[in-house]
Design a protein around this ligand. Structure first.
Ligand code: CTP
Length: 416
């Protein structure tokens, strides 16, 4: 067999599943009910979802449920005249941009490893040239059985088959251990990755994100308005493009993306220590964090009492290290890792970004006008201008994920 077919649908890096034909093959296992959520999430991501089910899967969830969720007929029987008349299983296999098997039961995995095409699900898998994503789910002992492990290895060795999960935890069979179906959101994320060019595979990126908080006393701190969304979008986009990502994350309400190493920090000094550990050997560092420039000289050990302060409080602040400038100046002539900074400005964005590029010795500075309504701090959208040594190299506007991909395009071009 030659390699997996390149997807026919146009690839939008910020919405890799939009417009893609995704066939979900549901195997017979209690986790079949979670495939309902998977189909819903795929549909929400803009995919055209077709569902096929094994005969056993129909004992757990009715085909009608999947038909309602996907808005398309469900395939359960190779020999059904009505099903084959709507779109034949070979046509479905041809049309698929991606096939996801969830839950992939021990039995389904065994049949696939043996090359069988004895039902609608296995027939589609055998007939397709699209990438196939397997999400196993079964009893812990079935999963660890040498026969299952052998079958999984047989399938994983094929270039177009990849595996997500299983997760560890409490199983429906009352056992605890590996065997849980990966979270539907994580399956969708793995699918998004399969539909994204892997131009950062083999690269290690460090991304800082969020604000820092500098304590005044046990109850109060100095902070800023950064939500962390831009940095999280960068981490997500880099991970999807195949990078190994360490995310040094200040306090934020946002949920970090799956598949990245998260190092939680609170203060600028903690961020400095976390970077010192992660940066050596990295290919690129992107400083999206809004690091506090100052911190209180002293942190009061007890809560500051209004009654004891006599109506006034004067704070003495000391400078925090400029982490980006430190990284820039620590680099030798080879200028590795590649260094990307941000410049949050309210005027003269390009000129200020260029000044920061020189002062902090980075390769790229992403300038954004935080005074413009609807973009910048806390917003879902952003509009940025990227400057490099030769001046402006790109201007990008859109969702923070679109902007993240635009920034990574520049990183990829410079990593060579
Ligand atoms: N940065 C940093 N350490 C600091 C402050 C900022 O590493 N103590 C980084 C940020 O992560 C960002 C870049 O420097 O990538 C620009 O931060 P910004 O606050 O806009 O610039 P400043 O150097 O603080 O300059 P300004 O006086 O314009 O605020």
């Amino acid at each position: 067999m030659d390699g997996p077919r390149l997807s026919a649908a146009p690839l939008d890096p910020a919405a890799p599943l939009r417009g893609a034909t995704v066939v979900v093959g549901v195997g017979g296992g209690i986790a079949a009910y979670k495939a309902c959520e998977l189909v819903r999430l795929l549909d929400k991501a803009g995919a055209k979802v077709w569902v096929t089910m094994t005969r056993r899967a129909t004992k757990f969830v009715s085909p009608l449920t999947f038909q309602a969720l996907s808005g398309r007929p469900v395939f359960t029987d190779l020999f059904s005249l009505t099903e084959e008349a709507s779109i034949g299983h070979i046509q479905l296999a041809d049309r698929a941009d991606l096939v996801i098997l969830a839950p992939a039961s021990a039995n389904l995995i065994a049949r696939l490893a043996a090359g069988m095409a004895d039902d609608a699900v296995t027939s589609v898998v055998l007939a397709t040239k699209a990438p196939v994503l397997l999400a196993p789910s079964m009893n812990v002992n079935m999963w660890s059985h040498p026969l299952t492990q052998r079958n999984v290895q047989t399938l994983a060795a094929l270039p177009h088959i990849s595996i997500v999960g299983p997760g560890d935890g409490f199983l429906a069979c009352r056992w605890v251990g590996p065997g849980r179906l990966a979270d539907p959101a994580d399956i969708v994320e793995a699918a998004a990755s399969l539909r994204t060019p892997q131009d950062l595979r083999g690269r290690r990126l460090v991304v800082s994100a969020g604000p820092t908080q500098e304590a005044l006393d046990p109850a109060r701190y100095l902070g800023n308005r950064s939500s962390g969304k831009m940095g999280l979008a960068l981490a997500l986009a880099a991970r999807r493009r195949g990078a190994q990502v360490s995310l040094v994350l200040g306090p934020t309400a946002q949920v970090p993306p799956p598949g990245v190493e998260v190092v939680n920090v609170t203060t600028a000094l903690q961020m400095q220590a976390a970077l010192a550990e992660r940066v050596p050997g990295a290919d690129a560092v992107i400083m999206a964090a809004a690091v506090a420039d100052f911190r209180p000289r002293q942190v009061a050990p007890q809560k500051l009492k209004r009654s004891r302060l006599g109506g006034e409080l004067t704070l003495e602040l000391v400078s925090n290290p400029d982490l980006l400038a430190e990284l820039g100046h620590a680099r030798g002539d080879e200028r590795r890792p590649l260094l990307v900074g941000f410049a949050a400005e309210t005027e003269d964005v390009v000129r200020n970004a260029q000044e920061k590029l020189a002062k902090k010795r980075c390769d790229l500075v992403v300038g954004n006008d935080v005074s413009a309504p609807g973009i910048g701090f806390g917003a879902d959208d952003n509009a940025v201008v990227i400057v490099g040594d030769g001046g402006v190299v790109a201007t990008i506007a859109g969702s923070k994920l679109v902007v993240a991909h635009g920034i990574l395009d520049q990183v990829v071009a410079r990593l060579g």
